[in-house]
Design a protein around this ligand. Sequence first.
Ligand SMILES: *[C@@H]1O[C@H](CO)[C@@H](O)[C@H](O)[C@H]1NC(C)=O
Ligand SMILES: *[C@@H]1O[C@H](CO)[C@@H](O)[C@H](O)[C@H]1NC(C)=O
Ligand SMILES: *[C@@H]1O[C@H](CO)[C@@H](O)[C@H](O)[C@H]1NC(C)=O
Length: 473
Amino acid sequence: MKTRPQIFSSRSWRSSDNNHPTFRTTMVLIFSFFLLLLGLFVRIGWVKSPIYWRGKGMAEHRSNLYRPSNATCPPHFRWIHEDLRPWRNKGITKKMVEGARKTANFKVIIVDGRVYVEKYKDSIQTRDLFTMWGILQLARWYPGKLPDLELMFDCGDRPVVRSKDFSGPLADPPPLFRYCSDDSNLDIVFPDWSFWGWGEINIKPWRKVLEDIKEGNKRTKWKERVPFAYWKGNPHVDPSRRDLLKCNLTQHQNWDTLLYSQDWDKESKEGYKQSNLEDQCTHRYKIYIEGWAWSVSEKYIMSCDSMTLYVKPRFFDFFIRGMLPLQHFWPINDRSKCSSLKFAVEWGNNHTSQAQAIGEDGSKYLHENLKMELVYDYMFHLLNEYSKLLKFRPSIPAGAVELRPEKMIGAAKGLHKKFMEDSLEKSRNEFEPCNLAPNDPTVLREFQYKKLNALKRVENWEKDYWENERKGN
Ligand SMILES: *[C@@H]1O[C@H](CO)[C@@H](O)[C@H](O)[C@H]1NC(C)=O
Ligand SMILES: *[C@@H]1O[C@H](CO)[C@@H](O)[C@H](O)[C@H]1NC(C)=O
Ligand SMILES: *[C@@H]1O[C@H](CO)[C@@H](O)[C@H](O)[C@H]1NC(C)=O
């Protein structure tokens, strides 16, 4: 007992430094001996420790200190309940899951934290591979936390589970995961492959892109950016994009827009020098328009600090449902794109502080609520809630293969290999997932009401403006 632990440097100990221990110091000694003994017992497992010491070591204890387990999930997480609503009462049977096989590219099976897939058909490009890779990274991020489950995944563009085909009380809609859905379909939305990289067009994993864009945003201050609406993309995937191109600046018309066709073949030959995402944050306004379905470009456009001019969409992905017009973006009428864009740009150039604030708020939403940690949390909660509905015990089919990182990296080539290496989760997350708010339809209804209200307001401003213009002319 020569070395004095910190705890003994109390007054009672110091008062007995004269080598004649008093009754009180003897009691302190005995008490501390018992404390030591108790500590030893906890350590070797004879006595259960208080709850916050338990678990998987110091990392988890620390995480409780750094991020209280009451951190609430971002607003778009509430839609998880809505996506699973068709199965809330009856649950999900094996037959319903198999019913989704018709269009699925693969089935994911998770048993004891291991991820298996049963592949049915190839997808476009490497969507299927990078989606599987993403789910495998989730399992590495939260080892031992994923529930057992079986789910069907469809990598195609547009949703296919039509609500009108499954409306009666006896209907058993197949639960089918994909990247987007719309108001007339029941497909369950899940983060797309590009969060782990999109090798075909040289888009790096999202974690890295977010950093690059953050740096890029610092390079050009908002007020110094080109006061036009900018868009670059492939106009051939959908008629509405060809319609958009009609608004481009020419010698005869000026709708305050600058639009460019993306030629991926040419860019790939030139090493993608023209398509660095962080170099595309140089305009005050950036246009988002869907392609054949939702567009992966959305998150890159919206994280630029420019005000996003969001052409009225039909589809939604998993995160846009937490964002509001006039707060995070400016809504554009899809039936009169040119005049709607012109009005938005003029309004923004007349109200620069407000336009800048909308741009920055939109970006902030992505930089804060769509950082990779929270993409994993969304996947975690969605899978967790889904698994609670399963009415059967998930099992590994004979034809399934286990996903293993070294095998997948080994089989990949070029940029795909590099992006897998870059997006490999090398250690478990030391934080708990955010807290998912319970299902509350009133919150969602209020949100929808706010959204419709904002849309209506812009529509009226626009109408008044163009009516005045006509009168003036
Ligand atoms: C989480 O808990 C802490 C401490 O009890 C409290 O101060 C904080 O307001 C809580 N946060 C939320 C989002 O409930
Ligand atoms: C749109 O106009 C700009 C400027 O005049 C031009 O450089 C660009 O090529 C045009 N875009 C298309 C798709 O024609
Ligand atoms: C912008 O300001 C100009 C000049 O004051 C005005 O004529 C125009 O109507 C304004 N446009 C919008 C959309 O606010």
